[in-house]
Write a protein that binds this ligand. Structure first.
Ligand code: TYD
Ligand code: MG
Length: 453
């Protein structure tokens, strides 16, 4: 039988095929198959066997060395990592161009380098560019080793020679290995380079931080297997022209997922935002209809965010429903519930909703706040400034409880909120000082409370 020397690999999921085909069977994507060359397979399968496997251990025999986490100077970065970097772990940081990935890492590494051997490898910027930025940010640059390189074999040599505790690769998409024949940036190059580097990190106990690009629609570019290989996957989000950036953990083998860190991009680089609720709550004193503050739960802490809605007579036969920072489908569903169980006809109205501050809310606890904002805009009736609102809305118009109700209310009370419109089941025996609760179990109850204000 003739041995296959080429294969076709899906650019999205990394599945391999012997023949080209239009659609990937695994992820259903079209036109993503690319040809790659494979190394010569061994003629004899048995040739790779050495017959020297040691007796296997049971789980309790494995010695777990106490490995303290390496703490970073940025408290927000630490929080997203679950309390610092774990030795031997591989972390992938992704985000759109200009999000601030390189800035975040050069800042973190300059600080870390004061106590640990660190190596920063850039494949995108020149060393002079990196140095210029570090100087402008007044970072301490005298300990951090840097290298401009894209060939993984050369990187491995520098790795062995310098034995860093932390190694940054910026970015994985430009890395290539002699061992793979395809062009840099191709699926097989990224996969093989990442696999090689991650394996080396595990063997040497080095912390590997890899920067990855995103595609147009915001997903990680390159092979899907990259996400499986790494231990933590963090996403840096935020408009390049906006002031705030959020760092979210999408996957973390050593901490909570969906943990959120918030940074401000200043002329001094990325700075931690110590009191995030305050920035999303930058409200003017004007009583504006269509605005209400919600308490969302991000990772392990509550966050107060203003939800805004604008409801306006539509000029189209197909009224527009636009959600910025919320999920579009959820908005359509909530409007249907509002019409069916709240008796409010918005079928001929354009509805826009927005989470202020550029944050993305994908928690269902925002449901009630979104509907209250919509109703407030529709009736042109401002809501009280000291009102906080959370609760999930079900399809039959019931208001469902959400986790961590008490902590959300406490955070709101800390910021001076005095009224809470919340699910009945979230009311706890312990009252919160200075906070009057308005518990509701049906949407209609919430609407009638609203009419009284
Ligand atoms: P960068 O870290 O190069 O982004 P990435 O590596 O994710 O592509 O960040 C570049 C952006 O950050 C750019 O839009 C300018 C902005 N920026 C500041 O506003 N202030 C600063 O001090 C720095 C270094 C960058
Ligand atoms: Mg960069």
């Amino acid at each position: 039988m003739k041995k296959t020397k080429i294969a076709f690999v899906c650019g999205d999921c990394g599945s391999e095929y012997n023949k080209w085909q239009g659609q990937c069977h695994d992820c259903q994507a079209w036109n993503t198959l690319k040809q790659i060359s494979l190394g010569n397979p061994r003629n004899d399968r048995k040739a790779g066997y050495t017959g020297s496997v040691e007796a296997l251990q049971t789980l309790d025999q494995i010695v777990v060395a106490e490995q303290p986490r390496m703490s970073l100077t940025s408290a927000e970065f630490n929080r997203v990592l679950g309390g610092g970097l774990v030795p031997g772990s591989a972390v992938l940081i992704s985000g759109s161009p200009g999000a601030g990935k390189s800035t975040l890492l050069i800042q973190a590494l300059c600080e870390l380098a004061k106590t640990q051997a660190c190596l920063y490898i850039t494949g995108e910027e020149s060393l002079a560019q990196i140095a210029m930025r570090a100087n402008r940010l007044s970072l301490s640059t005298d300990r951090l080793k840097v290298m401009a390189e894209t060939r993984v074999e050369t990187i491995a040599e520098a790795w062995d020679a310098n034995q860093p505790k932390v190694l940054v690769i910026d970015s994985i998409q430009v890395m290539h290995s002699d061992w793979v024949e395809s062009a840099p940036g191709s699926v097989s190059q990224v996969r093989e380079s990442a696999g090689f580097l991650i394996q080396k990190a595990k063997q040497t106990g080095t912390i590997l931080i890899v920067v990855g690009h995103v595609t147009k629609d915001g997903n990680l570019a390159g092979p899907r297997v990259l996400e499986h290989m790494i231990d933590a996957f963090l996403m840096l989000e935020g408009d390049a022209d906006g002031r705030y950036r959020t760092l979210r953990s999408i996957k973390n083998r050593f901490g909570a997922v969906n943990e959120l860190g918030i940074f401000a991009m200043t002329d001094q680089g990325l700075k931690d935002v110590a009191n995030p609720s305050a920035i999303f709550l930058n409200r003017s004193d004007l009583d504006a209809p269509g605005s209400v503050v919600m308490a969302v739960w991000e990772g392990t802490r509550p966050l107060l965010v203003e939800a805004q809605a604008l409801v306006d007579q539509s000029a189209f036969s197909n009224p527009r429903r636009i959600a910025v920072g919320f999920e579009q489908n959820r908005l359509a569903m909530l409007l249907a519930v509002l019409s069916r169980h709240g008796g409010l006809q918005v079928a001929d109205q354009d509805v826009y909703i927005n989470a202020v501050g550029g944050i993305r809310v994908d928690e269902t606890s925002s449901d009630l706040a979104v509907l209250m904002a919509v109703v407030s805009s529709f009736r042109n009736q401002p809501l009280p400034q000291d009102l906080i609102c959370f609760g999930e809305v079900g399809l039959s118009g019931e208001i469902r409880p959400v986790p961590n109700g008490q902590e959300r209310l406490r955070e709101a009370a800390k910021h001076g909120f005095k009224r809470g419109l919340i699910p009945k089941s979230n009311v706890s025996k312990q009252a919160i000082e200075g906070m009057t609760l308005y518990p509701v179990s049906q949407l209609s109850e919430a609407l009638s409370i609203l009419s009284d204000w």
